[in-house]
Ligand binder design. Structure first.
Ligand code: ADP
Ligand SMILES: N[C@@H](CCOP(=O)(O)O)C(=O)O
Length: 361
C-alpha cells in the first residue's frame, strides 16, 4: 500500500492446535507454539462513490503458501471474514485492504491449520467490520464453519481446553443447520455487493468450554509425516456408532486425563494409560502407515521422559507429551515412520497460554 494512503495496521496471531489428546475425540484441544499470523493494513478513508473500490490483496509467506488461493472469494481467511461481515449486513470488504499472512502451521497434518485459518478469518471479519464481538460470539461464527469445537476453541482461547456444543432449541437448531455452502458460498469471481442473500446470524453461545490446568514441565513433541491427510477424509473412516465398552474406555480415561495433565510433577504411568483411545485412532490406522507400531512401542519405562503418545487431531502428526529426552523420543518415532517409507519433520512445542491476539502495530 502506498505510504500516501492513511491507514491503520494490525497483527492477528492464531496458534496451532493439537486436538483429541487420545480419548477426547472432538472434545479436547491444546494451543501450541506455532502460529498463523496476519498483518492487516486497512485504509482509514474509503473511496467516494465515484472512485473505484479495490478488493483485499493477499500475500502469503511461510509453510504451504504456494498453493493457497489468493482471490479473496476463494481464500479461506477472507471467505470466513466475508461470512462474518455479511451476517452483519456488510456485503463487501472495505476497499484497499492488504493482508500479509505468515504461516508456520503445516496444512493437513493434524495441527489445526484449518481451525487457525477459520479463527483468523473470524478475527479479520470482526476487525474489518469494526464489530467488536466478544470471544464467545467469535466462537459462534467459527463453529458455523468448523463444526467440531476442539481446534477452534483452543486456538481462540489458548491453553488446554475442553469444549462441547450446546443442545440448541428448535429455532436455534434451524439457524445453526444452514449448510456450509451457504456460510461459505462459492462466490462468482465477479461477485459484487448485490451478490446473493446475506446469511443469518448464528445462534448465541453454541460452544461451551472450560480451561484445564497444564503442568509447566510438560512439552509437546509433534512429529509430522511429510504427507497431507485431509481432516474430512480422516473423519470419513470413522463409524456412525460405537459399542458401549469402547465409549466407557474413553470416558474413563478422559475424566482422569484432564486433571492428570495439570498436576505437578506429572505422573507418567497415569497419564500414559489415560491417553489411550478406542474411538478414532484404531480406525485411522489404515490411513497412517506405522501408527499401530508407534502406539504399541512406547511406554514411560521404555522411553523415560515420555508421558503419553497419540495422534494429533485427525493425523498424520504424532503428538508425544514428555518432560525430557525429547530428541530420543522424536528420533524413535522418526525411525518407525522411516521403516514405513515416510519422512517426517518434528518440533518441540510449548503450550500457548495466550490464544489468539489482535493488536494495532
Ligand atoms: N492459512 C491458511 N490459509 C488458507 N487456507 C488454509 C490455511 N490453513 C489451512 N487452510 C486450508 O485448510 C486445509 C487443511 O485443513 P484440514 O484438512 O482440516 O487439515 P488440518 O489438520 O491442518 O486442519 C488446507 O489444505 C487449506 O485448504
Ligand atoms: N476432532 C477432530 C480434530 C481434527 O483436527 P485437525 O487438526 O486434524 O483438523 C478429528 O479428530 O477429526
Amino acid at each position: 500500500m502506498s505510504s500516501s494512503v492513511p491507514s491503520k495496521t494490525y497483527r492477528i496471531n492464531v496458534p496451532c492446535t493439537s486436538a483429541n489428546i487420545g480419548p477426547g475425540f472432538d472434545v479436547c484441544g491444546i494451543a501450541l507454539s506455532k502460529s498463523l499470523s496476519l498483518k492487516v493494513t486497512i485504509p482509514t478513508e474509503q473511496p467516494t462513490s465515484s472512485e473505484e473500490a479495490t478488493l483485499p490483496k493477499i500475500i502469503y509467506t511461510g509453510l504451504d503458501s504456494d498453493n493457497v488461493p489468493l482471490s479473496p472469494y476463494k481464500n479461506l481467511l477472507t471467505r470466513v471474514a466475508l461470512y462474518v461481515l455479511r451476517s452483519h449486513g456488510i456485503s463487501t470488504f472495505p476497499s484497499g485492504v492488504l493482508i500479509e499472512a505468515h504461516n508456520e502451521i503445516p496444512f493437513g497434518r493434524g495441527l489445526g491449520s484449518s481451525g487457525a485459518a477459520v479463527i483468523a478469518g473470524v478475527l479479520l471479519g470482526d476487525l474489518l467490520g469494526n464489530l467488536k464481538l466478544d470471544k464467545g460470539r467469535l466462537l459462534d461464527f467459527a463453529l458455523m464453519v468448523e463444526r467440531h469445537p476442539d481446534n477452534v476453541t483452543a486456538a481462540l482461547m489458548g491453553g488446554f481446553i475442553g469444549s462441547y456444543l450446546r443442545e440448541l432449541d428448535s429455532k436455534d437448531t434451524l439457524a445453526a443447520s444452514i449448510p456450509l455452502s451457504e456460510v461459505l458460498p462459492e462466490f462468482p469471481p465477479d461477485a459484487g455487493p448485490q451478490w446473493g442473500k446475506n446469511p443469518p446470524l448464528p445462534p448465541k453461545g453454541i460452544g461451551h468450554f472450560i480451561r484445564f490446568n497444564w503442568a509447566k514441565e510438560i512439552k509437546a513433541i509433534a512429529v509430522s509425516p511429510r504427507f497431507e491427510l485431509p481432516t474430512a477424509k480422516a473423519r470419513g473412516v470413522l463409524p456412525d456408532s460405537y459399542v458401549k465398552k469402547d465409549l466407557i474406555f474413553n470416558l474413563q480415561r478422559l475424566a482422569v486425563l484432564t486433571t492428570a495433565l495439570g498436576r505437578s510433577p506429572p505422573d507418567p504411568e497415569l497419564i500414559f494409560d489415560a491417553m489411550a483411545d478406542k474411538i478414532h485412532q484404531p480406525y485411522r490406522a489404515s490411513l497412517i502407515p506405522g501408527l499401530p507400531e508407534i502406539l504399541a512401542n512406547f511406554t514411560p519405562t521404555s522411553h523415560p521422559g515420555l508421558l503419553g503418545i497419540c495422534l494429533s487431531g485427525a493425523g498424520p502428526t504424532i503428538l508425544a507429551l514428555a518432560t525430557h529426552n525429547f530428541d530420543s523420543i522424536a528420533g524413535e518415532i522418526e525411525r518407525i515412520f522411516g521403516q514405513n517409507g515416510i519422512e517426517v519433520d518434528w518440533s518441540l512445542l510449548e503450550v500457548d497460554e495466550r490464544g489468539s491476539t489482535v493488536e494495532e502495530i
